[in-house]
Design a protein around this ligand. Structure first.
Ligand code: SF4
Length: 891
C-alpha cells in the first residue's frame, strides 16, 4: 500500500521471524524514516532496536552495484553467460548433481520459489538447501513426525493468552524482542501468568521468569521425558484426546519411564530437584500452556528428538489447537517459513510436498518440469562437505554468507576457494563469501525488494520497495530467470513480475490438494498486480473460501495417514562431541541484542554497533579464575576445528563449564573473530541441523603486550595490521579496538604504522607505564585519536567519540584530549546500554543512585528504555546491582 500523501510504504522488517510490519519512507540524505506499523498484527506498531535502526542501513556504502566476474567489473550479459556456460559445462561433464544452490531465510518467497523450481525441476539437482537449515530444520522434522506436516499450530496471541509460557532454548528478549515485549505486557496484565525459562544461560529473558531452569546443555530430552512421565503418573491426561486423536503413546511413555523418577531427571539435567518439581507442577496444573522453543532446542545433534519430546507433553494433555495452548517453534529469520512453503530445504520438494511418488508426479505435471528430482539432496553441512570433496563443482549462493555462518567455517571457506564455479548473489560488495566467488551478481537490498515473506505464525506479509534499485542491481528472481532462459528453460520462467510468481506458488499450493496438505493458499489465487500490491497480511492456510486460519488442529485431525497426531518415543543421548582434558569447556554460540547474522546490514548502523563492539566470550567468573582469564582481556577459544579470539566478559549467568560467544563477526569486522570457525560440524541425523550449542573448546588468555583503540573520522582504506583489531561504525567516526604483541618500547613505531599519517599527530608517550597516545586535529576538528598501553590504562571511548560531533574542539576538550577523560565537570556517559537514545551505563547508574529504582522510573528520568524496550532487562540488572538493597523493586 502506498500512502500518496506522506510517501510512506507499508512493508516488513527483514530481520527476525517475528515479522514486524514497518512504515517506511525515503529521506533526502539516503536514509529512511522508519516506524512500526500500528496495523500489522505481528507488532501493532512496536519495533525493536534493530527494526528501529533500519533507516541507518539503507545507504549505498559498501553496496555491490554491478556484476563482477573473476574479480573484474563486468556487465549482466557477461556475468549471466559465465554462469550459464559454467553450469552447462559442469552438468555435461559431471551430471546435474554436481550443481547446487544454497539460499537463505532472507530471500523473498518469490525468489525462493523460482530458485527451487529452476534447480529441482529443470536443472535437475536435489542439492538445494538454505541457511534455514541452520536454525529451524529440527522443528520442521519434529512437526512432520508428529503431525504429518510442517505445521505451526498456533499464533502469537496464544502466547499472550497462555497462563504458563515455557521458553525452551530461547533468549526471546534479544532474539525476538517485539514478541518478548508482547509477552511481558501480557504478564503485567495477568498476574496469574507464569513464565519458565529453560536455558543453560541466565539471559535477559529471565527478567520475566518465575522459574529459570539452567539445565546442563543437551539434557532437554531427559527433562521433557520426565515431564511426560510425571503427567501420566499424575493423571493429567486428556483421555478423550489421547484416544481419539493420537497414536503411539505406549512406546513414548515406556521410553520416558526409562528415564527414571524426578530425582533421576534432576540429576541428569544437573538441576535442583525442587525446581524440577516446581516446573512439573506448574505444567500439570496449567491448562493454558504454550511451550515456545527456538535455536537452543533446534541446534543440536538431538534437535528433532527434543522437539518431539516437547510435542509429546502437549499431546498427552490435549493442549494443542486451542487458544493459549500448543508447542510453538519460533523461527530465526524473516522468511524461514516462506522457504519451507516453497520447498527450499533439500528434503522437501515444493509447497509442503516431499518425495512420495504421487507428490513428484504432481509437481512434475504442474511445472511441466523435464528433470524433476525424485529424492532429497544434501543438507547444508553435507552440501559444503561435498563441495570440499569436489563432488559438487558449482554452487550458486543467494542472500547469505556461509563462509562465516556454517560450522567448521574455515573448511567451508577453503572449499569455496577450491570450487570450480561459485556464484554469489549479494547486496554487499565485501563479505567473507563474496571474497571467494567467481561471479558476483548485484542484488536488491531491503527497501528495494518486492515480494512476500511469512513470519513464525504463518502470516504472509508484503515486503514492498520504497527505494529505487541502485546501480545495476536486479531482483534475484530476474537473475535466476535470465540464467534459466540461457539454459533453454525460458518458457517456464517468463514471469513479468513477482505477482505472477506468487500466483503460481499459490496455485501449486492448492493443486490437487483437497485438504490433504496443510499449506494451501488457493484462496489468494488470481490476484491482479494491484491486488497483490495492496495485499494485507494473511495467515495460511487460506483455502478456496478465502478465510485466514489463525489456528490449526482445533478439529483434532492431523495430516498423518491415520489422521492422528503421533507420539514419538525419544531416547535421550549425549551430544556427539563431549568435553575432554584437551577441550574441557562447552562453547554455546548465539546472537547479541543489536546485531543480525553476519552484520552485513546491522554493522552499517552506528547505534547498533555500540552495545557490543567486538567479538567476545562470556565466561563464568570461577571458570575464568581456573583458566587464567581476566575481564576485558583477550582470549583464544580453540577446538579441534579451529579457533577465534574474543574479549573476555565475566558473567555469572553462565553455567560453570560453559562459555558463550556471538556468531556475528566476520573477517570484515574483526581479524580473528569468526566463532563458527570453532563450531563442530556434527548434525542431527534426521534434520541435518548443526550442533551450534555444544562444541568442546579450550579457552586461554591470548597474549598481548598492549591493548588499545583508535577512533578515526574517515574509514581508512585498509584495516590495521596488528594481532587484534575489531571494527565498528560510530556516528561521525569509525572505531577500532586493538591489541598487539610488540615490545612496549616499540609502541611509537607501531603507532605510526597504524596511523599511516604520523606527521600531523600530536603524541604523548610514557615509557615507564608502557603507554602511547596520539591525536590529530585539523581546522579545529578532531580527526582521530589512538590510545595504546596496558588494559587498565585505557580510558573509556564514549567521551572521545562524542568529540567527533563537535564542529570545533573547545580549549578545555583539547587540553583533556590525551588524558582520554572529559574535563572536570563533564560527565562520561559510559558504555551504551540504550541504543535508541544513546544512553550510557554511567548515566543509568547515576539515575539509579538518584532514586530511580524501577525501569519505568529510569526511563522517566533519562529516557533509557523508552523506545523499543530492548534494553529494559539490562536496566533491570543495573538496578539490581546498583540500587540500595532496601529500595530495589523487581520489574
Ligand atoms: Fe524486526 Fe525486531 Fe520485529 Fe524482529 S522483533 S521483526 S528484528 S523489529
Amino acid at each position: 500500500m502506498h500512502d500518496q500523501h506522506s510517501q510512506t510504504i507499508r512493508t516488513t522488517c527483514p530481520y527476525c521471524g517475528v515479522g514486524c510490519g514497518v512504515l517506511a519512507s525515503r529521506d533526502a540524505d539516503n536514509t529512511a524514516t522508519i516506524q512500526g506499523d500500528p496495523e500489522h498484527p505481528a507488532n501493532y506498531g512496536r519495533l525493536c532496536s534493530k527494526g528501529a535502526a533500519l533507516g541507518e542501513t539503507v545507504d549505498l556504502d559498501g553496496r555491490l552495484l554491478h556484476p563482477v566476474v573473476h574479480g573484474e567489473r563486468s556487465d549482466w550479459d557477461t556475468a549471466l553467460e559465465t554462469v550459464a556456460d559454467g553450469l552447462r559445462r559442469i552438468i555435461a561433464e559431471h551430471g546435474p548433481e554436481a550443481v547446487a544452490f544454497y539460499g537463505s531465510g532472507q530471500m523473498l518467497t518469490e525468489d525462493y520459489y523460482v530458485s527451487n523450481k529452476l534447480f529441482k525441476g529443470f536443472i535437475g539437482t536435489p542439492h538445494v538447501d538454505t541457511n534455514s537449515r541452520l536454525c529451524m530444520a529440527s522443528a520442521v522434522t519434529g512437526h512432520k513426525r508428529a503431525f504429518g506436516s510442517d505445521t505451526l499450530p498456533g499464533n502469537y496471541a496464544d502466547l499472550e493468552e497462555a497462563e504458563l509460557l515455557v521458553l525452551a532454548g530461547s533468549n526471546l528478549a534479544w532474539c525476538h524482542p517485539v514478541l518478548y515485549q508482547r509477552v511481558k505486557a501480557a504478564k503485567a496484565e495477568n498476574p496469574d501468568m507464569r513464565v519458565v525459562v529453560i536455558d543453560p544461560r541466565r539471559t535477559d529473558t529471565c527478567e520475566i521468569a518465575d522459574l529459570h531452569l539452567p539445565l546442563a546443555p543437551g539434557t532437554d530430552v531427559w527433562l521433557w521425558n520426565g515431564l511426560l512421565n510425571h503427567l501420566a503418573r499424575d493423571g493429567q491426561v486428556d483421555y478423550v484426546f489421547l484416544e481419539q486423536h493420537t497414536e503411539g503413546f505406549g512406546q513414548a511413555i515406556e521410553m520416558a519411564r526409562s528415564g527414571g523418577s524426578v530425582p533421576d531427571v534432576a540429576a541428569q539435567c544437573d538441576l535442583p530437584e525442587g525446581d524440577v518439581v516446581q516446573f512439573f507442577r506448574l505444567f500439570t496444573r496449567t491448562e493454558k500452556t504454550v511451550s515456545l522453543f527456538s535455536q537452543g532446542v533446534n541446534q543440536s545433534s538431538a534437535g528433532t528428538d527434543k522437539v518431539n519430546a516437547i510435542i509429546n507433553c502437549h499431546l498427552l494433555t490435549g493442549r494443542i489447537g486451542r487458544p493459549g495452548t500448543g508447542p510453538f517453534s519460533i523461527t530465526g529469520q524473516p522468511n524461514a517459513m516462506g522457504g519451507r512453503e516453497v520447498g527450499g530445504l533439500a528434503n522437501q520438494l515444493a509447497a509442503h510436498m516431499d518425495f512420495a511418488p504421487e507428490d513428484v508426479d504432481r509437481v512434475r505435471r504442474f511445472w511441466d518440469a523435464p528433470n524433476l528430482v525424485t529424492g532429497p539432496g544434501d543438507k547444508a553441512v553435507d552440501l559444503f562437505q561435498a563441495v570440499a570433496r569436489g563432488e559438487i563443482k558449482a554452487v550458486w549462493i543467494m542472500s547469505t554468507n556461509p563462509a562465516v555462518s556454517l560450522p567448521d567455517a574455515d573448511r567451508v571457506r577453503d572449499a569455496l576457494r577450491e570450487c570450480e564455479l561459485v556464484v554469489v548473489s549479494e547486496a554487499m560488495a565485501h563479505t567473507d563469501t563474496t571474497e571467494v566467488a567467481d561471479v558476483l551478481l548485484p542484488a536488491l537490498a531491503w527497501g528495494e525488494k518486492d515480494g512476500t515473506v511469512t513470519n513464525s505464525e504463518r502470516r504472509i506479509s508484503r515486503q514492498r520497495p520504497f527505494l529505487p534499485a541502485p546501480g545495476e542491481t536486479r531482483a534475484d528472481w530476474q537473475a535466476l530467470c535470465a540464467v534459466a532462459g540461457r539454459l533453454g528453460f525460458g518458457d517456464a520462467f517468463a514471469y513479468s513480475g513477482p505477482d505472477q510468481i506468487f500466483d503460481e506458488h499459490v496455485r501449486l499450493s492448492a493443486f490437487e490438494n483437497n485438504g490433504r496438505r496443510d499449506f494451501d493458499i488457493g484462496g489468494l489465487a488470481g490476484m491482479a498486480r494491484a491486488a497483490y500490491d495492496a495485499m494485507a497480511p494473511r495467515q495460511w492456510p487460506v483455502r478456496a473460501d478465502g478465510t485466514d486460519t489463525p489456528r490449526l488442529f482445533a478439529d483434532g485431525r492431523y495430516f498423518t495417514e491415520s489422521g492422528r497426531a503421533r507420539f514419538l518415543p525419544v531416547e535421550p543421548h549425549a551430544p556427539v562431541h563431549r568435553p575432554d582434558p584437551q577441550f574441557p569447556l562447552v562453547l554455546n554460540t548465539g546472537r547479541v541484542r543489536d546485531h543480525w547474522h553476519t552484520m552485513t546490514r546491522t554493522g552499517k548502523a552506528a547505534r547498533l554497533s555500540t552495545h557490543a563492539v567486538e567479538p567476545f566470550v562470556q565466561v563464568h567468573p570461577e571458570d575464568a579464575r581456573v583458566f587464567g582469564l581476566e575481564q576485558g582481556g583477550l582470549a583464544r577459544v580453540g577446538s579441534q576445528w579451529g579457533h577465534f579470539l574474543g574479549r573476555v566478559v565475566l558473567d555469572d549467568g553462565q553455567r560453570r563449564g560453559n562459555v558463550f560467544a556471538p556468531m556475528h563477526w566476520s573477517a570484515q569486522y574483526a581479524v580473528k573473530g569468526r566463532a563458527d570457525a570453532v563450531v563442530n560440524p556434527a548434525t542431527d541425523p534426521l534434520s541435518g541441523e548443526p550442533e551450534y550449542k555444544h562444541t568442546p573448546v579450550a579457552v586461554a588468555p591470548a597474549h598481548a603486550t598492549w591493548h588499545g583503540f583508535m577512533l578515526l573520522r574517515e574509514r581508512p582504506a585498509e584495516h590495521p595490521h596488528c594481532a587484534w583489531w575489531a571494527f565498528a561504525r560510530g556516528g561521525s567516526f569509525v572505531r577500532y579496538e586493538l591489541a598487539g604483541n610488540d615490545d612496549p618500547d616499540a609502541l611509537p613505531t607501531v603507532a605510526r604504522d597504524l596511523l599511516r599519517n604520523g606527521s600531523d599527530w600530536v603524541e604523548f608517550e610514557d615509557p615507564a607505564r608502557g603507554t602511547y597516545r596520539a591525536a590529530w586535529i585539523a581546522e579545529g576538528r578532531l580527526m582521530g585519536c589512538l590510545f595504546m598501553g596496558p588494559l587498565e590504562t585505557l580510558p573509556g571511548r564514549h567521551w572521545l567519540a562524542s568529540l567527533f560531533d563537535e564542529a570545533t574542539l573547545s580549549s578545555a576538550d583539547r587540553m583533556a584530549l590525551l588524558s582520554g577523560r572529559p574535563p572536570a565537570g563533564a560527565p562520561d556517559v559510559g558504555r551504551t546500554v540504550c541504543s535508541c537514545f544513546g544512553i550510557g551505563e554511567n548515566t543509568i547508574v547515576d539515575t539509579i543512585a538518584g532514586g530511580a529504582i524501577e525501569p519505568a522510573a529510569v526511563t522517566a528520568a533519562c529516557q533509557a528504555g523508552g523506545n523499543c524496550g530492548s534494553c529494559v532487562p539490562e536496566i533491570q540488572n543495573l538496578i539490581l546491582r546498583h540500587a540500595p538493597a532496601a529500595n530495589r523493586r523487581t520489574a
